[in-house]
Design a protein around this ligand. Structure first.
Ligand SMILES: NC(=O)C1=CN([C@@H]2O[C@H](COP(=O)(O)OP(=O)(O)OC[C@H]3O[C@@H](n4cnc5c(N)ncnc54)[C@H](O)[C@@H]3O)[C@@H](O)[C@H]2O)C=CC1
Ligand code: BAL
Length: 505
């Protein structure tokens, strides 16, 4: 973790903040074509941080045409890969130089705790970009095993103009997950941040220009899903859309594609992720700590949140006692206070949605183990409900808040059956001292990531994405992310005696 400042020092930085708020298209900040703006607010206080350009289809069309020109003239796509790498590495250096300002901006705009922004979001942004930048000049293409009468090259080419539509729960990190592999592969981009959290993406675009990214390569168009996301999804000249967000909106992108140019669509969607704890799990205190991190980290506003605890009956009571103790240590409040682990829910609408699940949990007679309170219409306590049936909406719907539902099972088999009894399949964790059982569980659970005796999402080298309704079309992170931003082309050369005479004789 980087050295944290005091609350007063963070407040002083925040007071000086004057973030860019216009869209960034073709290398320049621009007001929306309509001249309209919308306020982005600090979720913890309601204070207006900036009036952000409210773009619409006209702005999208302009951004896409700039991205298309930039792609076709090769100012980025045909740059030597090592030069692309150098530009991205310079961007990493600039992000590192401006990391404190970016961390504060991220915390102010999203309500995330500053300690997380400093220790996770910013370092992981840099790490992700560095990792994919290094790929630019290190990936080899292939030749196919076609025998001696021909040579067949299988080459990757950048897919073209990529639209990226982002969520608000990890504004910087999701930006990195999308732009790092796409830019490394040579694509050009039109990025739509979530309307709640546009500010850090705009600042990154500014830093990218300073790093030497040619104009038109990375365009940021701010605005709503209906005014910006939909035209981007339906655009006839966008080659691919990558999206992270709700399953409901993800489905729309498949329709947009079907109704327009059949653009490639990659979706990273919701989750209702199980944490299985078997009777033979050891070090229950550590297990409880991990279960709490899985459920409460980032206020539970996390697609991979471990929101279902599936616990075997023999250790349930002891585990819940320890979870209760750990949950009480999660301090909630002002996101700029570095001693807080939980910040503000993203906005009033989302707060109301999560508070609705708290009410449902209380009214439907589930056992409230810990938490259950809200504060100022903004903060929600880490909360655990026991006695949940897996068929209950608490166990089936993505709450996206710090609420853990406890489901008790009698056996390993029942645990696996319950874990898989969901429309989602993003992530899962299993805790057991029996290695064989752990690996069997990892095989049996239908999810994109299964962690053993820990909670996590893997790292930049491991693919991230979901089975079932948690994802579609590809994976973020790892070399597989890089692959998804490229088309494969076969170049076949006839070497046989019958070949038409030409350049190869
Ligand atoms: N998987 C994840 O990481 C995320 C899941 N969610 C889930 O979704 C729920 C609702 O949150 P929202 O912010 O409404 O998610 P959302 O999926 O609607 O928003 C994500 C992005 O999609 C855009 N968008 C919204 N409607 C669109 C449309 N019709 N066409 C094109 N783009 C559109 C938004 O402007 C935003 O940039 C949350 O309570 C949570 O359960 C939300 C954010 C991230
Ligand atoms: N946890 C990273 C992906 C997401 O929550 O959207």
């Amino acid at each position: 973790m980087s050295d944290l400042l005091t609350l007063e020092e963070y407040q002083a930085i925040a007071a000086e903040m004057n973030p860019p708020a216009m869209s960034f298209i073709d290398g320049a900040f621009r007001p929306s074509v309509s001249g309209n703006t919308f306020d982005t607010t600090n979720p913890a206080t309601g204070e207006v941080l900036a009036a952000v350009a409210a773009c619409n289809e006209e702005d999208v069309n302009f951004a896409v045409s700039c991205a298309r020109t930039a792609f076709e003239d090769g100012r980025w796509s045909k740059l030597h890969p090592s030069e692309r790498k150098e530009v991205l590495r310079r961007l990493c250096k600039l992000v590192a130089l401006n990391s404190r300002e970016l961390a504060v901006l991220e915390s102010l705009d999203s309500g995330k705790p500053i300690a997380d922004c400093e220790s996770i979001d910013i370092p992981e942004f840099i790490h992700t970009l560095t990792w994919h930048a290094e790929f630019a000049d290190k990936i080899y293409d292939q030749t196919a095993p076609v025998g001696s009468e021909a040579i067949a090259m299988v080459v990757r080419e950048p897919i073209g103009v990529v639209g990226a539509v982002l969520p608000w729960n990890f504004p910087l990190l999701m930006l990195a997950w999308k732009i790092a592999p796409a830019l490394s592969a040579g694509c050009t981009m039109v990025v739509k941040p979530a309307e709640q959290t546009s500010l850090t993406a705009l600042r990154i675009a500014e830093l990218a220009a300073e790093a030497g990214l040619p104009r038109g390569v990375l365009n940021i168009v701010t605005g709503s899903g209906a005014e910006v996301g939909e035209p981007l999804g339906k655009h006839m000249d966008v080659d691919m859309v990558t999206f992270t967000g709700s399953t409901v909106t993800g489905r729309r992108f498949l329709r947009y594609s079907a109704d327009s140019n059949l653009k490639k669509v990659v979706l990273e969607l919701g989750g209702k992720n199980p944490c299985i704890v078997l009777d033979d799990a050891e070090n229950l205190d550590q297990v409880a700590e991990q279960v709490c991190a899985a459920a409460f980290w980032n206020m539970g506003e996390n697609c991979s949140a471990g929101s279902r605890l599936i616990v075997q009956s023999g250790i349930k009571d002891e585990l819940l006692e320890r979870i209760k103790a750990h949950a009480r240590n999660w301090k909630m409040g002002d996101p700029l206070d570095p001693t807080n682990q939980l910040g503000a829910m993203i906005d009033g609408g989302h707060f109301a949605k999560v508070a609705g699940y708290l009410d449902h949990g209380k009214k439907s007679g589930h056992g409230l183990v810990v938490g259950g309170e809200t504060q100022d219409g903004v903060f929600i306590q880490p909360t655990v409900f026991d006695g949940i049936l897996n068929s209950d909406k608490m166990a089936q719907e993505e709450i996206f808040g710090p609420i853990l539902s406890v489901i008790t099972v009698k056996s390993y088999d029942e645990a696996i059956q319950v874990a898989n009894d969901t429309d989602y399949g993003l992530a899962a964790s299993v805790f057991t001292a029996n290695g064989k059982k752990a690996l069997r569980a990892a095989q049996a659970i239908r999810a994109g990531t299964v962690t053993v005796n820990c909670f996590g999402e893997g790292d930049i080298s491991t693919p991230f994405g979901g089975y079932k309704q948690s994802g579609f079309g590809g994976r973020d992170n790892s070399i597989h992310a890089h692959d998804q931003y490229t088309e494969l082309k076969t170049i076949w050369v006839d070497l046989s005696d019958d070949a038409v005479d030409g350049c190869i004789e």
